[in-house]
Design a binder for this molecule. Structure first.
Ligand code: NI
Length: 384
């Protein structure tokens, strides 16, 4: 075993132990108190500076210094899922790291340790973001609002890919995660006896017309080359067989690869609601909001990440596009960057109670994060 491999395996051992602790102590978004305290302690033990951001949970650390700044980002929150993996380090608190955020944050801790070792040769500063509340899609906004990223020139982040072999890197230019939004429809009809429908304003019929007409928005009004999703996921009205209810409620989601396309679908659904309101004479309130824009990778920096990964011996493939959302998108609206995937060979997909991120690649994920930060500073200095 040469010296570098020995250091590598010692780091892997340290990181695997940290990973198991974080996995068995999952906390939901904005409640990551123990997680944050643990991250803070590990970073302080490694001599890494923690910045004063005012964040309630999560933190931002810094290695190196100077005017040129790049950022690495991981997320730290878990999901309200009862774990069913049977792992000896499984969570028992009813929450679960079922999206691999424990893997992300542990590999970032490894990257912080590696960057600390190389601090004297860094050509600028690396800010390491341990972001809270990714699953609720508002953690990134709180980090941006703190102003801590105002001087950042480039930003990079990673996400586990359950369906790829351990250590394989998936990275592609352009939109890789969808713009995601949610809508609600509230229908205020007039209730009455089911035997006298003509005396009522039936909200159930109005809602069924909306749901039926909405099925043509993606299938008939959107180009087949523009992928999109419009799903009704929750419908409620009435409570028995012989009463026409007063109200009906529905909610759902719209997803598309770009805010323009998202907005176009939202406007068409609004028009459907308006049309049914006019023909039925029933008041319909439609609300829709964009929760997160699409994750849009910078094409030039994707090539840089790919090269860096290949130099470290990683196999790279194009990342698969997903209709899932990711609040890394908010950083990319302000800062150039890349969000890439790393294979963790899980038997089940993310957000499943049997999701398992294989921790074997923690040290190599750390090495890649550290190299990307170090080399991007070097590249930025050379083009200054
Ligand atoms: Ni995730």
């Amino acid at each position: 075993m040469n010296e570098e491999t020995a250091i590598g395996s010692a780091l892997q051992e340290t990181l695997a132990a940290h990973f198991k602790w974080f996995h068995s102590h999952p906390e939901l978004g904005h409640h990551e108190r123990e997680t944050t305290a643990r991250i803070r302690n590990i970073l302080m033990d490694a001599g890494v500076k923690i910045l004063d951001t005012g964040l309630k949970t999560g933190l931002v650390a810094r290695v190196g210094g100077g005017e040129m700044v790049v950022a690495l980002r991981c997320d730290i929150d878990a999901l309200p899922i009862a774990e069913a993996t049977g792992l000896d380090y499984a969570s028992k608190n009813g929450c679960m790291h079922a999206c691999g955020h424990d893997f992300h944050l542990t590999s970032m801790l490894g990257a912080a340790m590696l960057l600390k070792q190389r601090e004297s040769r860094l050509m600028g500063a690396v800010k390491l973001i341990f972001q809270p509340a990714e699953e609720t899609v508002n953690g990134a906004i709180s980090v941006l609002a703190s102003g801590v990223l105002d001087d950042v020139a480039e930003i990079y982040g990673l996400h586990t890919a359950p369906d790829m072999p351990v250590s394989m890197i998936g990275v592609s230019p352009g939109a890789v995660y969808a713009a995601v939004g949610s809508f609600t429809i509230r229908i205020h009809g007039k209730g009455g006896h089911a035997a006298h429908p003509h005396e009522c304003r039936d909200p159930i019929v109005a809602l069924s017309q909306i749901i039926g007409a909405a099925q043509t928005i993606v299938s008939r009004q959107t180009s087949p080359f523009d992928s999109a999703v419009l799903s009704f996921t929750h419908v409620e009205s009435g409570n028995t067989w012989n009463i026409i209810p007063e109200e009906a409620f529905a909610e759902g989601t719209i997803r598309a690869f770009g805010t323009d396309r998202f907005n176009a679908i939202m406007e068409r659904l609004a028009r459907v609601c308006k049309g049914v309101e006019e023909t039925s004479g029933i008041q319909i309130d439609f609300q829709c909001e964009l929760n997160a824009p699409a994750v849009n990778n910078d094409a030039e920096l994707v090539e840089f990440v790919k090269r860096t990964a290949q130099e470290l011996g990683f196999k790279t493939v194009p990342s698969s596009q997903t209709m899932g959302g990711e609040d890394f998108a908010f950083y990319l609206e302000r800062i150039r960057g890349v969000f890439w995937n790393i294979g963790v060979a899980s038997p089940e997909p993310a957000h499943n109670p049997r999701f398992v991120a294989n921790p074997a690649a923690l040290d190599t994920a750390s090495a890649l994060l550290a190299s990307i930060a170090e080399k991007s500073l070097k590249r930025l200095r050379s083009i200054e």
